[in-house]
Design a protein around this ligand. Structure first.
Ligand SMILES: NC(=O)c1ccc[n+]([C@@H]2O[C@H](COP(=O)([O-])OP(=O)(O)OC[C@H]3O[C@@H](n4cnc5c(N)ncnc54)[C@H](OP(=O)(O)O)[C@@H]3O)[C@@H](O)[C@H]2O)c1
Length: 259
Protein backbone atom coordinates (compact mmCIF):
# COMPACT_ATOMS: atom_id res chain seq x y z
CA UNK A 1 0.00 0.00 0.00
CA UNK A 2 1.38 3.39 -0.99
CA UNK A 3 0.47 5.60 1.95
CA UNK A 4 0.57 5.48 5.72
CA UNK A 5 -3.06 5.09 6.75
CA UNK A 6 -2.34 4.07 10.34
CA UNK A 7 -5.03 5.31 12.70
CA UNK A 8 -7.44 6.39 9.98
CA UNK A 9 -11.11 5.45 10.17
CA UNK A 10 -12.48 3.94 6.96
CA UNK A 11 -16.14 3.44 6.07
CA UNK A 12 -16.64 0.87 3.31
CA UNK A 13 -20.09 0.27 1.88
CA UNK A 14 -20.88 -3.12 0.40
CA UNK A 15 -18.18 -4.61 2.63
CA UNK A 16 -19.89 -7.95 3.25
CA UNK A 17 -18.59 -9.64 0.11
CA UNK A 18 -16.88 -9.08 -3.23
CA UNK A 19 -14.74 -6.02 -3.84
CA UNK A 20 -15.81 -4.18 -0.67
CA UNK A 21 -14.76 -7.07 1.54
CA UNK A 22 -11.44 -7.37 -0.30
CA UNK A 23 -10.80 -3.64 0.23
CA UNK A 24 -11.51 -4.09 3.95
CA UNK A 25 -9.12 -7.06 4.12
CA UNK A 26 -6.48 -5.12 2.20
CA UNK A 27 -6.72 -2.37 4.80
CA UNK A 28 -6.63 -4.86 7.67
CA UNK A 29 -2.87 -4.66 8.04
CA UNK A 30 -2.71 -0.89 7.59
CA UNK A 31 -3.68 -0.02 11.16
CA UNK A 32 -7.00 1.49 10.13
CA UNK A 33 -10.31 1.35 11.98
CA UNK A 34 -12.78 -0.37 9.67
CA UNK A 35 -16.52 0.26 9.47
CA UNK A 36 -18.26 -2.31 7.32
CA UNK A 37 -21.72 -1.52 5.94
CA UNK A 38 -24.13 -3.66 3.90
CA UNK A 39 -27.64 -5.11 4.29
CA UNK A 40 -26.79 -8.74 5.07
CA UNK A 41 -25.66 -9.00 8.70
CA UNK A 42 -24.39 -12.58 8.19
CA UNK A 43 -21.98 -11.49 5.44
CA UNK A 44 -20.76 -8.58 7.55
CA UNK A 45 -20.05 -11.04 10.35
CA UNK A 46 -18.13 -13.26 7.90
CA UNK A 47 -16.08 -10.23 6.86
CA UNK A 48 -15.46 -9.38 10.52
CA UNK A 49 -14.31 -12.98 11.19
CA UNK A 50 -11.87 -12.83 8.27
CA UNK A 51 -10.41 -9.59 9.62
CA UNK A 52 -10.05 -11.11 13.10
CA UNK A 53 -8.24 -14.07 11.47
CA UNK A 54 -5.88 -11.48 9.97
CA UNK A 55 -5.15 -10.32 13.52
CA UNK A 56 -7.09 -7.05 13.19
CA UNK A 57 -8.05 -6.15 16.78
CA UNK A 58 -11.81 -6.51 17.44
CA UNK A 59 -12.07 -2.91 18.65
CA UNK A 60 -10.91 -1.73 15.24
CA UNK A 61 -13.89 -3.34 13.45
CA UNK A 62 -17.46 -2.02 13.46
CA UNK A 63 -20.25 -3.62 11.44
CA UNK A 64 -23.27 -1.56 10.44
CA UNK A 65 -26.12 -3.48 8.78
CA UNK A 66 -28.24 -1.00 6.78
CA UNK A 67 -30.08 -0.71 3.50
CA UNK A 68 -28.62 2.25 1.61
CA UNK A 69 -31.77 2.45 -0.49
CA UNK A 70 -33.74 3.38 2.62
CA UNK A 71 -33.16 7.01 3.62
CA UNK A 72 -34.10 6.45 7.25
CA UNK A 73 -31.80 3.45 7.66
CA UNK A 74 -29.04 5.31 5.84
CA UNK A 75 -29.34 8.37 8.09
CA UNK A 76 -29.43 6.19 11.20
CA UNK A 77 -26.35 4.27 10.08
CA UNK A 78 -24.40 7.45 9.36
CA UNK A 79 -25.41 8.96 12.70
CA UNK A 80 -24.21 5.82 14.52
CA UNK A 81 -20.91 5.88 12.63
CA UNK A 82 -20.27 9.59 13.23
CA UNK A 83 -21.26 9.31 16.91
CA UNK A 84 -18.26 6.98 17.34
CA UNK A 85 -15.73 8.95 15.29
CA UNK A 86 -14.93 11.07 12.28
CA UNK A 87 -14.63 9.14 9.01
CA UNK A 88 -11.27 9.81 7.30
CA UNK A 89 -11.76 7.57 4.29
CA UNK A 90 -15.05 6.70 2.59
CA UNK A 91 -15.20 3.96 -0.01
CA UNK A 92 -18.62 4.14 -1.69
CA UNK A 93 -18.58 0.64 -3.14
CA UNK A 94 -22.12 -0.76 -2.72
CA UNK A 95 -24.20 -0.80 -5.88
CA UNK A 96 -26.99 -2.55 -7.67
CA UNK A 97 -26.84 -3.63 -11.32
CA UNK A 98 -30.63 -3.86 -11.46
CA UNK A 99 -32.95 -3.21 -13.21
CA UNK A 100 -31.66 -5.16 -16.22
CA UNK A 101 -33.84 -5.71 -19.27
CA UNK A 102 -35.39 -3.79 -22.14
CA UNK A 103 -35.68 -0.11 -21.22
CA UNK A 104 -39.25 -0.02 -22.57
CA UNK A 105 -40.33 -2.16 -19.62
CA UNK A 106 -38.40 -0.44 -16.84
CA UNK A 107 -40.57 0.89 -14.02
CA UNK A 108 -39.85 4.32 -12.55
CA UNK A 109 -39.72 2.79 -9.07
CA UNK A 110 -36.93 0.39 -10.10
CA UNK A 111 -34.98 3.18 -11.78
CA UNK A 112 -35.41 5.32 -8.66
CA UNK A 113 -34.05 2.48 -6.52
CA UNK A 114 -30.96 2.19 -8.74
CA UNK A 115 -30.33 5.94 -8.40
CA UNK A 116 -30.90 5.74 -4.64
CA UNK A 117 -28.24 3.03 -4.15
CA UNK A 118 -25.76 3.98 -6.88
CA UNK A 119 -25.89 7.79 -6.78
CA UNK A 120 -27.87 9.28 -3.90
CA UNK A 121 -26.41 7.02 -1.21
CA UNK A 122 -22.76 7.73 -2.17
CA UNK A 123 -23.48 11.45 -2.53
CA UNK A 124 -25.28 11.74 0.81
CA UNK A 125 -22.71 9.63 2.65
CA UNK A 126 -20.02 11.93 1.27
CA UNK A 127 -22.00 14.99 2.36
CA UNK A 128 -22.34 13.53 5.86
CA UNK A 129 -18.66 12.71 6.37
CA UNK A 130 -17.31 15.84 4.68
CA UNK A 131 -17.60 18.29 7.61
CA UNK A 132 -15.28 16.09 9.71
CA UNK A 133 -12.83 15.66 6.84
CA UNK A 134 -12.79 19.39 6.11
CA UNK A 135 -12.22 20.21 9.76
CA UNK A 136 -9.31 17.74 9.84
CA UNK A 137 -7.96 19.09 6.55
CA UNK A 138 -7.62 15.53 5.23
CA UNK A 139 -10.01 13.02 3.73
CA UNK A 140 -10.28 10.47 0.95
CA UNK A 141 -13.49 9.58 -0.89
CA UNK A 142 -13.50 6.86 -3.53
CA UNK A 143 -16.63 6.15 -5.55
CA UNK A 144 -16.57 2.72 -7.16
CA UNK A 145 -17.75 3.13 -10.72
CA UNK A 146 -17.58 0.85 -13.76
CA UNK A 147 -15.92 0.62 -17.15
CA UNK A 148 -19.45 0.91 -18.53
CA UNK A 149 -19.04 4.70 -18.33
CA UNK A 150 -16.21 4.58 -20.87
CA UNK A 151 -18.35 2.55 -23.30
CA UNK A 152 -22.02 2.90 -22.33
CA UNK A 153 -23.19 0.95 -25.39
CA UNK A 154 -21.21 -2.05 -24.17
CA UNK A 155 -23.94 -3.21 -21.81
CA UNK A 156 -27.18 -3.19 -23.75
CA UNK A 157 -30.20 -3.71 -21.43
CA UNK A 158 -28.17 -2.32 -18.56
CA UNK A 159 -29.35 1.24 -19.09
CA UNK A 160 -30.00 2.07 -15.43
CA UNK A 161 -26.54 0.82 -14.43
CA UNK A 162 -24.80 2.78 -17.21
CA UNK A 163 -26.77 5.91 -16.38
CA UNK A 164 -26.23 5.78 -12.62
CA UNK A 165 -22.49 5.06 -12.89
CA UNK A 166 -22.08 7.97 -15.35
CA UNK A 167 -23.90 10.19 -12.86
CA UNK A 168 -21.62 8.96 -10.07
CA UNK A 169 -18.51 9.86 -12.07
CA UNK A 170 -19.88 13.34 -12.86
CA UNK A 171 -20.66 13.79 -9.16
CA UNK A 172 -17.10 12.68 -8.32
CA UNK A 173 -15.31 15.06 -10.67
CA UNK A 174 -17.54 18.00 -9.76
CA UNK A 175 -17.13 17.45 -6.00
CA UNK A 176 -13.36 17.08 -6.40
CA UNK A 177 -13.26 20.49 -8.09
CA UNK A 178 -15.34 22.00 -5.29
CA UNK A 179 -12.96 20.58 -2.68
CA UNK A 180 -9.68 21.42 -4.40
CA UNK A 181 -6.96 22.53 -1.94
CA UNK A 182 -8.94 21.43 1.12
CA UNK A 183 -6.94 18.23 1.70
CA UNK A 184 -10.01 16.16 0.83
CA UNK A 185 -9.75 14.22 -2.42
CA UNK A 186 -12.53 12.55 -4.39
CA UNK A 187 -11.87 9.97 -7.09
CA UNK A 188 -13.76 7.28 -8.97
CA UNK A 189 -12.52 3.74 -9.47
CA UNK A 190 -13.35 1.39 -12.33
CA UNK A 191 -12.57 -2.05 -10.89
CA UNK A 192 -12.52 -4.17 -14.07
CA UNK A 193 -14.43 -7.41 -14.54
CA UNK A 194 -14.28 -8.93 -11.05
CA UNK A 195 -15.32 -12.44 -10.05
CA UNK A 196 -18.03 -11.55 -7.51
CA UNK A 197 -21.67 -12.28 -6.68
CA UNK A 198 -22.73 -9.41 -8.95
CA UNK A 199 -21.17 -11.17 -11.96
CA UNK A 200 -22.62 -14.54 -10.87
CA UNK A 201 -26.07 -12.99 -10.53
CA UNK A 202 -25.95 -11.57 -14.07
CA UNK A 203 -24.81 -14.95 -15.46
CA UNK A 204 -27.74 -16.66 -13.72
CA UNK A 205 -30.40 -14.41 -15.25
CA UNK A 206 -32.83 -15.53 -17.93
CA UNK A 207 -31.31 -14.59 -21.32
CA UNK A 208 -34.86 -13.84 -22.49
CA UNK A 209 -35.03 -10.98 -20.00
CA UNK A 210 -31.51 -9.58 -20.01
CA UNK A 211 -30.82 -10.37 -23.69
CA UNK A 212 -28.69 -13.14 -25.16
CA UNK A 213 -25.87 -10.69 -25.93
CA UNK A 214 -25.44 -9.62 -22.31
CA UNK A 215 -25.97 -13.16 -21.02
CA UNK A 216 -23.40 -14.64 -23.41
CA UNK A 217 -20.86 -11.90 -22.75
CA UNK A 218 -20.90 -12.39 -18.99
CA UNK A 219 -20.86 -16.19 -19.28
CA UNK A 220 -18.02 -16.06 -21.82
CA UNK A 221 -15.78 -13.84 -19.70
CA UNK A 222 -16.30 -16.19 -16.75
CA UNK A 223 -15.66 -19.34 -18.85
CA UNK A 224 -12.55 -17.82 -20.45
CA UNK A 225 -11.17 -16.92 -17.03
CA UNK A 226 -10.80 -13.22 -17.81
CA UNK A 227 -12.38 -12.03 -14.55
CA UNK A 228 -9.94 -10.85 -11.93
CA UNK A 229 -10.15 -11.63 -8.23
CA UNK A 230 -11.63 -9.09 -5.80
CA UNK A 231 -8.24 -9.05 -4.08
CA UNK A 232 -6.43 -8.04 -7.29
CA UNK A 233 -8.90 -5.22 -7.92
CA UNK A 234 -8.79 -4.09 -4.30
CA UNK A 235 -4.98 -3.94 -4.45
CA UNK A 236 -5.17 -1.54 -7.40
CA UNK A 237 -7.62 0.71 -5.56
CA UNK A 238 -5.57 0.67 -2.37
CA UNK A 239 -2.38 1.52 -4.27
CA UNK A 240 -3.97 4.86 -5.09
CA UNK A 241 -5.92 5.51 -1.92
CA UNK A 242 -3.47 7.54 0.12
CA UNK A 243 -2.16 9.68 -2.73
CA UNK A 244 -3.06 13.25 -3.57
CA UNK A 245 -4.86 12.62 -6.88
CA UNK A 246 -8.27 14.22 -7.04
CA UNK A 247 -11.02 14.32 -9.64
CA UNK A 248 -9.46 11.32 -11.37
CA UNK A 249 -11.08 8.25 -12.84
CA UNK A 250 -8.81 5.42 -11.74
CA UNK A 251 -8.98 2.21 -13.74
CA UNK A 252 -7.70 -1.15 -12.57
CA UNK A 253 -5.98 -1.63 -15.92
CA UNK A 254 -3.68 1.32 -15.31
CA UNK A 255 -2.25 -0.04 -12.05
CA UNK A 256 0.40 -2.78 -12.31
CA UNK A 257 -0.72 -6.18 -10.92
CA UNK A 258 2.21 -6.03 -8.50
CA UNK A 259 1.05 -2.73 -6.95
N1 LIG B 1 -17.91 -7.29 -10.32
C1 LIG B 1 -17.64 -6.59 -11.40
O1 LIG B 1 -17.23 -7.15 -12.45
C2 LIG B 1 -17.79 -5.09 -11.39
C3 LIG B 1 -17.48 -4.41 -12.57
C4 LIG B 1 -17.58 -3.03 -12.59
C5 LIG B 1 -17.98 -2.36 -11.43
N2 LIG B 1 -18.27 -3.05 -10.31
C6 LIG B 1 -18.66 -2.28 -9.13
O2 LIG B 1 -17.91 -2.73 -8.01
C7 LIG B 1 -18.67 -2.51 -6.79
C8 LIG B 1 -18.69 -3.80 -5.98
O3 LIG B 1 -19.38 -4.78 -6.72
P1 LIG B 1 -19.19 -6.34 -6.47
O4 LIG B 1 -18.95 -6.93 -7.79
O5 LIG B 1 -18.26 -6.59 -5.33
O6 LIG B 1 -20.70 -6.71 -6.08
P2 LIG B 1 -21.33 -7.67 -5.00
O7 LIG B 1 -20.49 -8.87 -4.78
O8 LIG B 1 -22.74 -7.86 -5.41
O9 LIG B 1 -21.27 -6.80 -3.68
C9 LIG B 1 -22.06 -5.66 -3.55
C10 LIG B 1 -22.05 -5.21 -2.11
O10 LIG B 1 -22.93 -4.08 -1.98
C11 LIG B 1 -23.89 -4.34 -0.96
N3 LIG B 1 -25.14 -3.68 -1.27
C12 LIG B 1 -25.88 -3.82 -2.41
N4 LIG B 1 -27.02 -3.12 -2.30
C13 LIG B 1 -26.99 -2.52 -1.09
C14 LIG B 1 -27.89 -1.70 -0.38
N5 LIG B 1 -29.09 -1.35 -0.88
N6 LIG B 1 -27.55 -1.26 0.85
C15 LIG B 1 -26.36 -1.62 1.40
N7 LIG B 1 -25.47 -2.41 0.79
C16 LIG B 1 -25.79 -2.86 -0.44
C17 LIG B 1 -24.01 -5.87 -0.95
O11 LIG B 1 -24.45 -6.39 0.28
P3 LIG B 1 -25.98 -6.70 0.64
O12 LIG B 1 -26.61 -7.36 -0.56
O13 LIG B 1 -25.86 -7.56 1.83
O14 LIG B 1 -26.58 -5.37 0.97
C18 LIG B 1 -22.56 -6.28 -1.17
O15 LIG B 1 -21.86 -6.24 0.06
C19 LIG B 1 -20.04 -2.01 -7.26
O16 LIG B 1 -20.05 -0.61 -7.20
C20 LIG B 1 -20.11 -2.47 -8.71
O17 LIG B 1 -20.97 -1.65 -9.48
C21 LIG B 1 -18.19 -4.41 -10.25
Amino acid sequence: MAADLDGKTVLITGAGRGLGRAVARGLGSAGTRLILLARTAGQLEEARALLLDQAVPAQRIQVVPADLADEEQRDRAVAAVLAASRVDILVNNAATVEPLGPTAGIKAADLRLAFEVNVIAPATLSAAVLPGMLEAGWGRIVNVSSGIVASPAGMVRGNAYATTKAALEAHTVNLAAELRDTGVTVNAYRPGGVDTAMQAWIRSQDPGRIGTGLHERFNRSFAEGTLITPERSATALLARLGGDDTGAIWDVSTVPASA
